[in-house]
Design a protein around this ligand. Structure first.
Ligand code: AHG
Ligand code: MN
Ligand code: MN
Ligand code: MN
Length: 314
């Protein structure tokens, strides 16, 4: 197993996927996403910071960068020849293709640029991707065959899982993803918390949970970007992120297909847990492409404590 910190320049993403015995088409899909991320980085660094003048399914104003990152990924995935259907937080509908390669084929749900409103203040943002075999995108997250995120911070991190643990890569000076750490584990206990949403709108159960963390001296570490906030839990190996149900928003804010399922898959693969307050995120059955859910995600103990508070007080 590679030690974190000493970048293994000799193990790039493609080689790692081969060593994990990931099939050719899934390897192709994941490496295409990794290639696309280089163009997304370029857009973030130099692109227009203004609005696109359109809105997405959630009624959010789309930024020019949201639309551009979405197009970059959509094109790559479409021409990969291995994608049967895709949908994104910005696309508004499922796109279906006739893949040209020989099967197996995959379906992809993605958030092209999570945290896009943080780019103008130069905070970290990311891309989140969820992958299913076949062409059905409305399945429980448990059925994912792979998930990954890419974090665009001071460095670029790619974290992926195909169901055999979570593996961390960093972009090197040659703009290639090199292995940093295999089998990332969330087993460092607790101690940090990232509470999303407005505190004055928390329900009594969530309020009791957060108060209990504060009474135990947890440190607040919330950036407003889901990808860096989850990456912190992954790399520190501890802590909990929440974006709960709010009194005026009973389904929370974060989206099941594009944000929660892929992150829940990765966090469970790292030994952590993800819950909507009652049951595992990965067991929720999506009804629509824009379903949202509350989320409590991170180390198992903290997620179990959140469930207990919500069962008692709502
Ligand atoms: P997006 O930029 O893809 O619309 O999502 C941002 C998400 C996530 O990164 C973060 O955890 C959450 O929204 C923060 O939301 P609010 O600042 O609206 O509470
Ligand atoms: Mn958005
Ligand atoms: Mn998002
Ligand atoms: Mn987004």
């Amino acid at each position: 197993m590679a030690e974190r910190g000493q970048t293994k320049f000799q193990i790039d993403l493609r080689r790692h996927l081969r060593e994990q015995a990931v099939d050719r088409n899934l390897t192709r899909l994941i490496t295409e996403i990794a290639e696309a991320s280089k163009y997304i980085i370029n857009s973030i660094r130099t692109g227009d910071l203004g609005v696109a003048g359109t809105s997405n399914l959630y009624g959010e104003q789309q930024l020019a960068l949201d639309v551009l990152a979405d197009r970059i990924l959509e094109k790559r995935l479409k021409y990969s020849g291995v994608v049967a259907s895709l949908v994104s937080e910005e696309s508004g509908d499922i796109l279906r293709f006739h893949p040209e390669q020989e099967g197996p084929y995959y379906s992809v749900a993605y958030d092209p640029l999570d945290g896009s409103s943080l780019v103008d203040v130069n905070l970290a943002v990311g891309t989140i991707v969820s992958i299913y075999a076949g062409d059905n995108l409305l399945q429980p997250g448990r059925q994912q065959v792979a998930a990954l995120y890419i974090l665009y911070g001071p460095r670029t991190t790619l974290m992926y899982s195909t169901g055999n643990g979570v593996h961390e890569f960093a972009m090197n000076q040659l703009m290639e993803y090199s292995l940093v750490q295999e089998h990332v584990r969330i087993d460092g206990g607790s101690g940090i918390y990232s509470p999303g949403g407005q505190r004055n709108l928390y329900t009594p159960g969530t309020e009791a949970f957060v108060r209990s963390l504060e009474e135990r001296g947890y440190k607040l570490r919330y950036s407003g970007g889901f990808v860096p906030d989850i990456n912190q839990v992954m790399i520190k190996g501890k802590g909990v992120f929440l974006y709960p149900h709010l009194q005026n928003r009973p389904r929370g804010k974060l989206r099941l297909l594009y944000e929660l399922n892929p992150m829940a898959f990765l966090v469970e693969q790292a030994g952590g847990a993800a819950s909507d307050g009652h049951r595992p995120i990965l067991d929720l059955v999506p009804q629509k492409i824009d379903d949202c859910a509350p989320v409590f995600i991170g180390c198992r103990e903290d997620v179990a404590a959140a469930e207990a508070c919500i069962a008692a007080q709502g």
